[in-house]
Write a protein that binds this ligand. Structure first.
Ligand SMILES: *Cc1c(COP(=O)(O)O)cnc(C)c1O
Length: 384
């Protein structure tokens, strides 16, 4: 990674890190190297280290260098999806007999990967309230090798004090991974707060336009970075050249998009708080949110995700989702367009009946960057 970019401001690194104009043609935007293999100048004579695109591809390298710079890490790796990145991390740092501590409101797909797949290979896991130091300490075992934190969490927008959990994990000889998907590196930098690894679904805010599925791991530990890179190549779930290019394109506008996502979400959270049909609003920007002070300390904004509970239970929550027009009824998040969904029946159906079950009357919004008055009007109508 180019050292000079790490010293530049976030907005500048997001546009320039890893994105130098093409050395041969001067193309200002690094090209999509849609090639599986690279000509060698004599056996083993690689140009720029490239031989085969599973091992490395210049478009993916451009994205990975950018991701390392904007997360303040030393090494980043780009994957075919967020879950592919998580799988690579789990299989790199855990082995049979190890234990993993996970949060009580993790993304449903993360829970499914751990509880239904990784467990079958002899890795034990248990659940803690990661916002509570005592709960984290009580959950640790001598075999604990990894502590998983998601903050803000999906879908309940819970806030965990990253520096606090980093201290507890380090003292116990375990690594800390933070899923930074909801905040994005613009709002929160977990490595600087003591995390060993950051995981992203680049499908969300980093891509930012709901047109690509991808994932990433970023670490400031060079040795761990090497181990992850070995496993990425050995297991093969890499981001392709076009997908890498789309994510890099999205990152260039991340800062301005996150500012607008946060402004719109703040207005919507206030509107919902005052609405008679809304029982509870989950948004870390609200002073009444239990994690508000920690969020204000470790984030530079509160993000674009808002969840709320509807009076009248599950049927009423589903009806709000069905009646929205400008908010598109769809899974996923982090794109420029606003989305609405019912976590219990959609994104989080896989946690039903577990310790991670979500309330049935919950609605989740991914607030986009449209004009906020249009969004407020749509929500007002959908709530009736
Ligand atoms: C979407 C998501 C993931 C999984 O990412 P994919 O790209 O869908 O595989 C992981 N964590 C969080 C918080 C997510 O929102």
């Amino acid at each position: 990674m180019n050292e000079q970019h790490t010293r530049r401001h976030f907005e500048t690194a997001a546009i320039h890190a890893g994105q130098e104009p093409d050395a041969v043609t001067g193309a200002v935007v690094p090209p999509i190297h849609q090639s599986s293999t690279f000509k060698q100048d004599g056996v083993g004579g690689l140009r720029g280290g490239y031989e085969y695109s599973r091992s490395a591809n210049p478009t993916r390298t451009a994205l990975e260098d950018n991701l390392a710079a904007i997360e303040g890490g030393r090494r980043a790796l780009a994957f075919a999806s967020g879950l592919a990145a998580e799988d690579c991390l789990l299989r790199t740092v855990l082995k049979p007999g190890d234990h993993l501590l996970i949060p009580n409101d993790a993304y449903g797909g993360t829970f499914r990967l751990i509880a239904k797949v990784v467990e079958r290979w002899g890795v034990a896991w248990s659940v803690a309230d990661t916002s509570d130091a005592e709960s984290v300490r009580a959950g640790l075992r001598p075999e604990t090798k990894l502590v998983w934190v998601e903050t803000p969490s999906n879908p309940l927008l819970g806030i965990t004090d990253i520096a606090m959990v980093a201290d507890i994990a380090r003292a116990a000889g375990a690594r800390l991974v933070v899923d930074n998907t909801f905040a994005s590196p613009y709002l929160q930098q977990p490595l600087a707060l003591g995390a060993d690894v950051v995981v992203h679904s680049t499908t969300k805010y980093l891509g930012g336009h709901s047109d690509v599925v991808g994932g990433a791991l970023v670490t400031s530990d060079a040795a761990l970075g090497e181990e992850l890179a070995f496993h990425q190549n050995a297991m093969g779930a890499i981001a392709g050249p076009f997908d890498s290019w789309l994510v890099a394109r999205g990152i260039k506008t991340l800062a301005v998009r996150m500012d607008r996502h946060g402004q719109n979400a703040g207005r919507i959270a206030e509107f919902l708080t005052a609405h008679p049909k809304v029982v509870q609003v989950y948004y870390p920007g609200l002073p009444t949110h239990p994690g508000h002070e920690i969020a204000a300390k470790q984030m530079r904004g509160f993000g674009g995700m808002v969840s709320f509970r509807v009076a009248g239970g599950e049927a009423a929550a589903v009806e709000v989702c069905d009646r929205a027009r400008l908010f598109t009824l769809a899974e996923s998040l982090g794109g420029v367009e606003s989305l609405i969904e019912h976590p219990g029946r959609m994104t989080h159906a896989s946690v039903a009946g577990s310790a991670l079950e979500v309330p049935a009357d919950l609605v989740r919004l991914s607030v986009g960057i449209e004009a906020v008055d249009d969004l407020l009007a749509d929500l007002g109508r959908a709530l009736g």
